[in-house]
Design a protein around this ligand. Structure first.
Ligand SMILES: *Cc1c(COP(=O)(O)O)cnc(C)c1O
Length: 380
């Protein structure tokens, strides 16, 4: 019935050849036989994080208490920022980890003080933050490196004064911010960087712009001398001025193993595997789902896509429910009609990709999705 690529044998052989296959063992996989395809919304838990958080709570918070600030907490935002810089091709003093992506977007858009050009397909926070922002100072172009719905890559080489939202790109794509002379950027760490639910975001400001731009949220962590407790605000030189207040230390500590694993695997290897996985999923779609009303909306040219594959079907919502509740496949649904499979290259196997499409075929063939309500609810 199936051609060669659709056989389990083919997938197993591809996994055996995968140079990153050992990284799977560094993450927690539960007892249930779940095919997790949502690493682009919330990455898996690195095993090391468990012990580290345990220490952070029992030892650092429990015993060291306030002394913790001078034993590493105070410089965490910058230390982790330097690690993110390695991953996005920036210089270490150009990145800090703080606040959420939405808040960092606001800070940088306000700091730039320019008219913002955003596309209607941009992520909602990006759109809400920039709405109606006009200025005579020239234009700031907002660039979502990877479209969160279709997985399409942005045109990276247009140039101009740009703010990149790297949320769906960091950890799976070579970004080379320094080489491309990108002005500003923000991004999430809880997606492909496996930093944990609600992990703080990062913010990048190109070196030559740092002292020209002002943080619109003047907080004591962005002050030149926070511990003077001075009545007047004086921005810190450099990237520190983009900090605001006391950071969530436990969440910052939880993030580090995810960054380390990404650096250890290396972006070139992660990108190569991401292309191989998405290529494989698209080929399986074409082989196995031909009789059904599905369509791959992600670009077929690997040079134009990120690390997720979005499949369109008019019943996408109910099909997603059936995959999750009957088949232990966890993709996500994006309105109105997309089933989105995030293929995190650091821990996703070719066998998982194959099994996900085989199970999707079973749902389509049996129409078991008709048993689910068309009413959408909760976090999708
Ligand atoms: C996930 C995502 C965000 C999330 O922003 P939060 O402030 O962390 O909720 C922002 N922008 C893009 C493009 C995203 O994909």
């Amino acid at each position: 019935m199936d051609t060669l690529i659709a056989t389990a044998h083919y997938a197993i052989a591809a996994d055996r050849r995968d140079p990153l296959r050992h990284f799977r063992d560094r993450f927690v996989f539960g007892e249930e036989p779940m095919l997790y395809m949502d690493g682009n919304s919330l990455g898996r838990l690195p095993k090391v994080t468990i012990g580290l958080l345990h220490d952070a709570i029992e030892e650092q918070w429990g015993r060291r208490l306030i002394r913790g600030w001078n034993e590493g907490w105070y410089t965490l935002s910058r230390r982790l920022g330097a690690k993110v810089a390695t991953i996005i091709g920036a210089r270490p003093h150009e990145v800090v980890v703080c606040d959420s992506t939405s808040v960092n977007l606001f800070k940088l858009v306000e700091a730039a003080g320019r008219t913002v050009a955003a596309a209607p397909t941009d992520f909602p926070s990006d759109l809400y933050v920039v709405r109606d922002r006009q200025s005579t100072n020239g234009e700031l172009r907002l660039v979502n490196a990877v479209d969160f719905r279709s997985g399409t890559l942005a045109d990276f080489d247009r140039g101009g004064f740009e703010l990149w939202d790297l949320s769906h790109a960091v950890g799976v794509l070579p970004l080379d911010l320094t080489r491309r002379r990108v002005a500003l950027a923000v991004g999430c760490t809880y997606k492909y960087l496996n930093g944990g639910p609600g992990a703080p975001a990062f913010l990048y400001v190109r070196e030559d712009l740092q002292n020209q731009l002002a943080n619109p949220i003047r907080g004591w962590f962005g002050h030149a001398r926070p511990f003077d407790f001075a009545p007047d605000y004086e921005p810190a030189p450099g990237i520190d001025r983009f900090l605001v207040g006391t950071p969530p230390v436990l969440s910052l500590l939880a993030m580090e193993p995810g960054l380390d694993l990404t650096i250890e695997a290396g972006i070139p290897a992660l990108r190569a595997k991401s292309i191989a996985l998405t290529e494989y999923m698209i080929a399986l779609h074409d082989e196995l789902l031909a009789p059904f009303a599905t369509e791959v909306v992600t670009p077929r040219d690997p040079a134009l896509r990120g690390s997720h594959v979005s499949i369109r079907h008019p019943e996408a919502w109910r099909i997603t429910r059936a995959l999750i509740e009957q088949h232990q496949v966890i993709p996500d649904f994006r309105a109105p009609d997309l089933i989105r499979f995030g293929l995190a290259p650091i821990y996703t196997s070719f066998e998982e990709v194959r099994d996900a499409i085989v199970r999707l075929r079973a749902v389509l063939k049996s129409r078991s999705y008709l048993a689910f309500s068309a009413e959408r609810e909760g976090v999708t």
